[in-house]
Design a protein around this ligand. Structure first.
Ligand code: HEC
Length: 176
């Protein structure tokens, strides 16, 4: 008898989800928060704005712990966001925002979606604009006093913008 009761209880507890105690239910609100895609040309960027100066303070509290004060990375574990210009064709290419990333818009998407690494998705749109502006400033791409918004971000010309080549194989139909 006892065994049967226990069996029923255990089945009831585990029957609710496939992996009990793991994860949270995907509410409509949580799905909406994750359901965003920013395209290279800026489509999908939310309305908002941010400045290099506001980004400086946010970066210090939310990013420097891992990426270091000037974006130089830390302990080989946390990647550098700055430097590496001119190394891509060398035997030791150093890929960073400044040396490698072709678009500022997709940088916004990455920061907003995946950073801070330990608390992804917690930044507001304006915070992401500010932090993106500051990371670009660390790379010498935008000036100290600059503000960026959903229209101006796509106009930022990244140093390696023309460093990517289209796939020329005949069976690749994707337009570039
Ligand atoms: C707890 C440590 C940690 C914190 C805090 C953190 N990051 Fe990261 N970041 C990482 C790691 C680890 C990676 C590499 C992730 C990967 O390759 O998937 C990364 C990758 C990145 C990249 C992509 C780099 C590249 O060239 O591929 C960017 C950009 C970035 N972080 C920006 C930020 C910004 C901005 C913040 C602050 C809002 C931040 N990170 C906070 C650990 C962290």
């Amino acid at each position: 008898m006892f065994r049967i009761v226990l069996f029923v209880m255990v089945t009831a507890a585990f029957g609710q989800t496939k992996f009990p105690g793991v994860g949270k239910a995907a509410s409509a609100e949580r799905v909406k928060a994750a359901d965003k895609t920013v395209m290279a040309d800026g489509r999908g960027l939310p309305v908002g704005k941010g400045s290099v100066e506001a980004g400086r303070a946010l970066y210090k509290t939310k990013c420097a712990e891992c990426h270091n004060e000037a974006g130089e990375g830390r302990d080989k574990q946390w990647p550098a966001l700055v430097g590496g210009t001119g190394t891509l064709a060398s035997k030791a290419p150093k890929k960073t925002v400044g040396s490698y990333w072709p678009y500022a818009t997709t940088l916004w998407d990455t920061i907003g979606r995946a950073m801070p690494y330990d608390q992804p998705g917690t930044l507001t749109a304006d915070e992401v604009y500010s932090i993106t502006a500051f990371v670009l400033h660390l790379n010498g791409i935008v000036a100290a006093g600059q503000e960026l918004d959903e229209k101006t971000l796509a106009k930022v010309k990244m140093p390696n913008r023309d460093g990517f080549v289209a796939d020329v194989r005949a069976d690749v139909k994707a337009k570039r």
